[in-house]
Design a protein around this ligand. Sequence first.
Ligand SMILES: C[S@@+](CC[C@H](N)C(=O)[O-])C[C@H]1O[C@@H](n2cnc3c(N)ncnc32)[C@H](O)[C@@H]1O
Length: 208
Amino acid sequence: MSTEDKLKNVSPTFGNTVLGVVPSTKALSIVGSSRSNGEREADDFYPTPPYAVEELLKREVFSGNIWECACGEGDISEVFKNKGFEVISTDLINRGYGEQLDFLQSDLVADNIVTNPPYKLALDFVLKAKKQGKNKIAMFLKTVWLESDSRYDMFQDTEFPLKTVYQFSKRVTLYKGGVKMKNSGMIAYAWYVWDKDYVGKPTIEWIR
Ligand SMILES: C[S@@+](CC[C@H](N)C(=O)[O-])C[C@H]1O[C@@H](n2cnc3c(N)ncnc32)[C@H](O)[C@@H]1O
């Protein structure tokens, strides 16, 4: 089955999105701004180490399909696929994996949305995922992302609430093409999981 067919199967609300389209000017200009300081990777591309995804899967149950909506080179997607999940993989940039799609402009719907989003757009990604996801959202983000006034309201939302933060006890080192990335190992990461059916305060667990 082609990816487009899979996407159509994801939801009856599949709209007018055309795969492989040139990304929107708005998205390009926002993402492109990360290039200008010369320090961040182009388009915020930092692959997630597969072991970090496996640690999430040891702790969280996902039912239904998975949409990796900023799939990069497929590092998260491949772990889910190897566990037998149906995975839809898309990214703003064609990196030779999945289909080209601006998540923030998309009207596709999936059972679960799992990604390591571009950091500067992370709040936009979570808010969008709450609209396009049916069951759970899992995002690999910095621990400090818990703070900031701009995210306060989103964290208080009880319609699609934050369920658990899985904090890595040891720093996660990021590699790209086998090469350790600059400043990698200096940042604390966690998985943030939202669950539409969850009722209660968010919990914290540690991944050791
Ligand atoms: C931090 S990387 C993570 C890649 C992959 N999720 C992983 O964990 O290995 C963020 C990815 O987001 C993609 N991206 C940036 N803006 C996007 C958008 N508006 N829609 C979809 N993908 C986007 C980038 O091209 C990049 O591949």
